[in-house]
Design a protein around this ligand. Structure first.
Ligand code: GLU
Length: 473
């Protein structure tokens, strides 16, 4: 929570929830149950550092809802971690999974450390100890609660988690499904790494393909030539920028915590990433102008603004200066409820986090299914499809007396690889969710913004599931 804010992150999620709940007909008790965090595990454990000293680590795992099992959500390593934040993020996971029809309850974990201040060996010890604490309390398992990467964590940490879990649970046949976002060699799925960024792109692309919406925003249809600003060049920001650039949009500014850079002709995220790796900073990138503060990027003139770092970066104070026509919330909770009010007045369309960044958990779902089925996607059908396509094409060529080009032949024959199936499943998920939310919004013009429409979708799905469980007769 930023110090000048009147309420916490979790309270701001509750505020958005209440705003949407008014548009539903569910019993007050059902709504209260949906909002509540069911289980909160706050832990402290010691770790011996490389210099021999002992440090007590503060960590959390919150299971917001078990209306579906397992609970699902990432683990973040950050100095800012606190119980309220983890509760807010766990709640968002419940709503996110419901909206994109991923059958999980919401969860989230956090370890209050800045990973830059620890050696790799220390990080491994912390991660493994955290995992064994979760095992002890039955807070992890393929049918209980399945963590994943989040801010400050990635494949490496997930590999440590699965290794710790499976060594403590020998013989558990589905053990690999205790965590997602793993390296491919450890049971990961192809396409997970870029999933959140690709999902953000698919979601915004779908919005940009809606003629009526674009007309309202004063924009042309499609993403080609749209100007995009991305705040945060971590895994999510990097891939979001990549997919927009590849689709013909212009990424005019990129921001990281040391500052921001601008180039009206467009930036290449990979070149910027390499520059940052080599120099330690995003600043002074050849051909680009430096912006003094990273937050300056949020106020630039552009069509699409993508906050892809942390929560509360656009609030009541700076929202009036935001000039973007569309905001795509790639991060969790980047805009506060006050910012939403400003956007509604200014006519800025804010595409909300809890569904827009659901690509990560959607592909986590595919990874978990792969782990439970013990077979790689595409293994059963790839060759069959290729043989069938060869046959069909052969028939067409024979009957028409014409031959297709080599490039066309390669494209038509191609049977699906794991990554093709994962990307296509993600595309379908994001397009469907975007349309469902927009339909809710269009049917009732008194719904103030897209976030409220997304919450309505989430509340209806979770409440229906509770009702079907028979908890609320
Ligand atoms: N940390 C990501 C999120 O906030 C992914 C969670 C997951 O894959 O379970 O959605």
């Amino acid at each position: 929570m930023s110090s000048n804010q009147a309420y916490s992150f979790f309270e701001s999620v509750e505020k958005s929830f209440d705003k949407a709940a008014q548009f539903t007909k569910w019993d007050k008790g059902v709504l209260e149950q949906i909002k509540a965090c069911n289980s909160i595990y706050s832990m402290r454990f010691p770790v011996k550092l490389d210099d021999g000293s002992i440090e007590v680590i503060e960590a959390y795992r919150v299971q917001h809802s078990q209306h579906k099992s397992p609970c699902k959500g990432g683990i973040r390593f950050s100095d800012e971690v606190n119980q309220d934040e983890v509760m807010a993020l766990a709640s968002l996971m419940t709503y996110k999974c419901a909206i994109v029809n991923v059958p999980f309850g919401g969860g989230k974990g956090g370890i209050k450390i800045n990973p830059r201040n620890y050696s790799v060996y220390e990080l491994e010890k912390i991660t493994r100890r955290y995992t064994s604490e979760l095992v002890k309390k039955n807070f992890i398992g393929p049918g209980i609660d399945v963590p994943a990467p989040d801010y400050g964590t990635g494949e490496r940490e997930m590999a440590w988690i699965v290794d710790t879990y499976t060594s403590l649970k020998p013989g558990e046949i589905d053990g690999a499904g205790c965590v997602t976002g793993k390296p491919i060699t450890q049971g990961g799925v192809r396409g997970r790494k870029e999933a959140t960024g690709l999902g953000v792109f698919f979601g915004i692309r779908e919005v940009c393909n809606m003629e009526d919406v674009m007309q309202k925003q004063g924009l042309s249809v499609g993403v080609v030539a749209k100007t995009v600003v991305v705040q945060g060049l971590g895994n999510v920001g990097y891939h979001t920028a990549k997919f927009f650039r590849e689709a013909g949009a212009k990424v005019v500014a990129l921001a990281e915590y040391e500052g921001a850079i601008y180039n009206a002709d467009g930036l290449n995220e990979e070149e910027v990433f390499q520059h940052r790796k080599a120099t330690g900073s995003i600043l002074n990138f050849p051909g680009a102008t430096n912006l003094a503060k990273n937050t300056d990027a949020l106020e630039l003139e552009c069509d699409i603004l993508i906050p892809a770092a942390l929560e509360n970066v656009i609030n009541g104070e700076n929202a009036p200066r935001v000039k973007a026509k569309i905001i795509g919330e790639a991060a969790n909770g980047p805009c506060t409820p006050e910012a939403d009010e400003v956007f509604a007045k200014k006519g800025i369309l804010c595409v909300p986090d809890m569904y827009l960044n659901a690509g990560g958990v959607t592909v986590s779902y595919f990874e978990w299914l792969k782990n439970l089925s013990h077979v790689r996607y595409g293994r059963m059908e790839k060759r069959f499809t290729e043989n069938m396509n060869t046959h069909i094409l052969g028939q067409i060529e024979e009957l028409s007396g014409k031959k297709v080009s080599d490039q066309e032949r390669k494209f038509i024959m191609h049977g699906p690889e794991e990554q093709d199936l994962v990307h296509s499943g993600l595309e379908e998920t994001m397009i469907t969710a975007t349309r469902e939310i927009m339909d809710i919004w269009k049917k009732d013009p008194s719904i103030p913004d897209m976030r409220t429409a997304a919450y309505i979708s989430a509340i209806n799905k979770v409440a229906t599931s509770y009702a079907e469980l028979g908890i609320f007769p």
